[in-house]
Design a protein around this ligand. Structure first.
Ligand code: SF4
Length: 468
């Protein structure tokens, strides 16, 4: 059961807006952007209802079970490339105005151009009303952030963070049943693989006085890197003092000290999650995350006696990576296990994302993509097997999903055929290394960075890389 303080009855003459999240309810309800859009539309002379892939197969609303076809506008939120399949399937059942937004759209909407009338590139706060006033594509053209396929370039729109929402829909989402507290957007760090930093630039924080009083027993603190917030500890302390369970979306290992670890324990955090991303110094340099082995062991030392479990996140398929770098991951995890009872290792292949300095890299980290993919599989098996022997849990992904993510994120309009059943193997060209002088499908989006500065960062990768 969910608590929805915004639910509104439809009256004749109102605009009916479908808010479609083409994935499961648990993810959609834990999304602060969707919470905001929903509340905002219901403040206007319109009624907004939600659609999730696991509720009526995404074809009837959660609120009233009204069929999607009865709505005037459908706003789709695309958070993950693999949601494109469901998004296309749902959109085929809708004849009204279809607009998509979300991080995947800010990354590269080209593969979905055939299925949507328009895309909103950016953070939609402040633009909801003007978008809903549009009756057709012509009305949308020329609005900030709008891309219909005809514009030569679009500048991404970002929002000034105002006071936090006072009320939200409370349902059982990815962080449990809780109030979502978005304390910041964007990131001050410069990790070379990270698209979040690029598409949510500039970093913005909500000051403590902008945060609401929360009635729920649990608060999820949301930001790309919450522990970088200048008042992070004060915010955490405030909600802990109010007797709430508080769960931050992630914590950087290099921000941990005894005081913070104690506070996290008091907040009810059960597992300390750290993302070193790589275990060997050369690869850490390439990623530019700024977390080294010393930070990891220091965090493990702090966790001793306070936490039962540490979860470690790594990436493989980096340029110059060899089997000894992968063995270093297992060695690091084994060492961490010396401090706590349980360790879990999660390993994902790198997706060289658009707009990042890694956008020109081949998937798998090798010029010969096939060889890179074969090696990825071997590396993942090696990690799974060695960890199993060492009594370490693993969360090791299949390579196929990451191949698909790379194709869908770096593809052009032709990639739409993958959603139409063509099979992704025909699009292997999008896995290959990209010539730095070539025009890219996502070059039309102006995120505010200069391509020459990305290129400088890209070149630094090879100054560190040991690739032969
Ligand atoms: S990986 Fe995390 S710390 Fe690095 S830029 Fe992205 S959000 Fe920031």
């Amino acid at each position: 059961m969910e608590f929805n303080p915004f639910v509104k009855k439809y009256r004749k003459g109102m605009r009916r807006v479908a808010l479609v999240y083409p994935n499961r309810y648990v993810g959609g309800i834990a999304n602060t952007g969707l919470q905001y859009i929903y509340a905002k539309i219901n403040e206007l002379d319109a009624v907004c209802e939600r659609f999730y892939s696991d509720v009526f197969d995404g074809l009837r609303s959660v609120e009233t079970a009204t069929p999607l076809s009865e709505f005037d506008v459908a706003l789709f939120s695309l958070q993950y490339e693999t949601d494109y399949f469901k998004a296309v399937e749902i959109s085929r059942n809708f004849r009204g105005l279809k607009i998509a937004g979300g991080p995947c759209v800010m990354e590269n909407p080209k593969p979905l151009l055939r299925y949507f009338d328009a895309f909103f590139i950016g953070e939609v706060e402040g633009h909801v009303e003007e978008i809903l006033n549009a009756k057709d594509v012509e009305d949308l053209q020329g609005l900030p952030g709008i891309y219909t396929g005809r514009e030569e370039s679009v500048r991404r729109v970002y929002a000034k963070l105002g006071k936090h929402m006072q009320r939200e829909i409370i349902g059982y989402g990815a962080y449990g049943r809780c109030f979502l507290l978005e304390i910041g957007r964007g990131c001050i760090r410069r990790c070379r693989f990270c698209i979040v930093r690029q598409i949510y630039f500039p970093p913005r924080w909500r000051k403590r006085e902008m945060l609401p009083e929360v009635g729920e027993d649990k608060v999820a603190i949301i930001a790309p890197s919450p522990s970088d917030h200048p008042e992070f500890r004060e915010i955490l302390q405030q909600y802990v003092d109010e007797g709430k369970e508080v769960s931050p979306s992630s914590i950087r290992a290099d921000t941990l000290d005894e005081e913070l670890v104690d506070l996290l324990k008091l907040a009810g955090v059960k597992t300390l999650t750290i993302a070193p991303e790589a275990a060997s110094p050369e690869l850490q340099e390439i990623l530019n995350k700024g977390i080294d082995a010393e930070d990891v062991y220091h965090a493990a030392e702090l966790a001793r006696g306070r936490f039962d479990k540490i979860k470690l996140y790594y990436m493989i398929g980096l340029p110059g990576e060899n089997f000894s770098d992968v063995e270093a991951i297992v060695e690091q995890a084994v060492k961490v296990k010396g401090y706590v009872r349980k360790v879990e290792v999660s390993v994902n292949p790198l997706v060289p994302k658009p707009h990042t300095p890694m956008q020109w890299l081949p998937f798998g980290g090798k010029e010969n993509v096939k060889e890179g993919i074969n090696e990825l599989r071997k590396k993942l098996s090696l990690i799974a097997e060695r960890c199993r022997k060492a009594g370490i849990e693993t969360d090791v992904s299949g390579v196929r999903e990451f191949i698909l993510q790379t194709i869908l994120s770096r593809g052009d309009e032709d990639v739409v055929e993958v959603m139409e059943g063509a099979g992704y193997r025909r699009f292997g060209k999008y896995l290959e290394a990209i010539d730095v002088s070539s025009e890219l499908p996502w070059d039309f989006i102006d995120h505010g960075y200069r391509k020459s500065s990305l290129l400088r960062e890209y070149e630094k990768i090879f100054n560190h890389s040991t690739q032969d």
